[in-house]
Design a protein around this ligand. Structure first.
Ligand code: FA5
Length: 333
């Protein structure tokens, strides 16, 4: 029996030493030392030994068990360390490799212009108002003094949803909404940037969907000279102090007198950017403001036209084509 035990030890030692991974080692542990393992099965035969032999064999068996346990645990440590080292090796970061570039978005030029305009007008004491793009005939036309069969309605060929509901053709639709919400209180001093829609044919300077920024001021003693002051201030802030500005008499049903404002572009000549005027007394009245007591001015500027002049863009369609070569030019470093 002692011989068998020594044989077993030899074989076990060799196998444990040559184990290459933790799985194999675990299997060997069960095979030799487990409850149904080989050492246990040899020891089961101890009953047939003489009383003198028993303690000798018992001591040998214990020694073998201890020896194998020791071997297994040191081999386990070795294999674990090797595994960790392998993992570290695989996960080594080579800091000299070129880095991956993460694409950065850019603010769309129209959004950049809106934000700049908002900053300028907030600086002049204006608040930002909002209104719906799907609008009623009442706010888009009626409250602005466009009578049902007023020829001015033909000026703006509209996208109607029902005879009473349409996509707003200008941001002037927020004028009456704002005044009614203010319930006759002054001052009214708002701007409203937003999308508008018209059945215009698309070309280099016209789009069927574009953006406007509306301005409305109502208070006591508001005059045309204040309108001019506000317009010139914002134009010079956006385009520079030396910008040439021209006011032309015009007509809108909701302002009297009315003007249109052009900016001079050395390449393209005069380009119209906005319409403006003194709020028509009838518009004030319809929205709950006594025109004997209050006056006001309003303006509506095309945001694309401003962005085109500011950035030297020759075609309005660039804003909507989502061509990355165009958009990337507005990416900051
Ligand atoms: C209006 O829309 C008036 N609501 C402006 C206004 C407001 C006048 C308040 C008085 C008081 P108009 O249709 O001219 O006006 O348009 C205003 C500006 O929008 C134009 O000067 C131009 O810059 C821009 N615009 C007009 N049509 C288009 C278009 N199809 N594509 C791009 N921009 C346009």
């Amino acid at each position: 029996m002692q011989e068998r035990l020594k044989e077993l030890r030899k074989m076990a030692e060799a196998k444990i030493k040559s184990a290459h991974d933790l799985e194999t080692l675990k299997e060997l542990k069960i095979k030799f030392l487990g409850k149904k393992g080989e050492l246990t099965s040899v020891l089961r035969g101890m009953g047939s030994l003489s009383p003198e032999e028993r303690p000798v064999v018992g001591a040998l068996a214990n020694e073998i068990r201890n020896r194998l346990e020791e071997l297994i645990s040191s081999k386990e440590g070795e294999l674990e360390e090797a595994k960790l080292e392998q993992k570290l090796k695989e996960e080594t970061i080579d800091v000299t490799l070129p880095s991956v570039s993460f694409p950065m978005g850019a603010i769309h030029p129209l959004q950049a212009v809106i934000e700049e305009l908002e900053d300028i007008f907030i600086g002049m004491g204006f608040e930002i108002a909002e209104g719906p793009e799907v609008e009623t005939d009442k706010f888009n036309f009626e409250m602005l003094n466009f009578l049902k069969d007023h020829p001015a309605r033909d000026m703006q060929d509209s996208f109607y949803i029902t005879p009473e509901i349409l996509l707003r053709t200008h941001t002037s639709s927020v004028q009456a909404r704002t005044m009614l919400a203010k319930k006759g209180e002054v001052p009214v001093r708002i701007i409203c940037p937003g999308k508008v829609y018209r059945r215009d044919s698309d070309d280099a300077t016209h789009s069927h969907q574009f953006m406007q920024i509306e301005g409305l001021v109502v208070d006591r003693n508001i005059s045309m000279s204040e309108l001019k002051g506000v317009l010139f201030t914002f134009i010079k802030k956006i385009f520079g102090e030396d910008t040439e500005v021209r006011l032309r008499p015009s007509f809108f049903p909701f302002t009297e007198p009315s003007v249109e404002v052009d900016i001079y572009d050395p390449k393209k000549g005069w380009l119209e950017i906005l319409g403006a005027g003194m709020v028509h007394p009838r518009v004030l009245e319809k929205s709950g403001y006594n025109p004997e007591r209050y006056t006001g001015f309003a303006f509506g500027a095309g945001i694309e036209r401003i962005a085109m002049l500011k950035y030297g863009i020759d075609d309005i369609r660039h804003f909507y084509n989502n061509d990355l070569r165009f958009l990337r030019q507005f990416q900051s470093e």
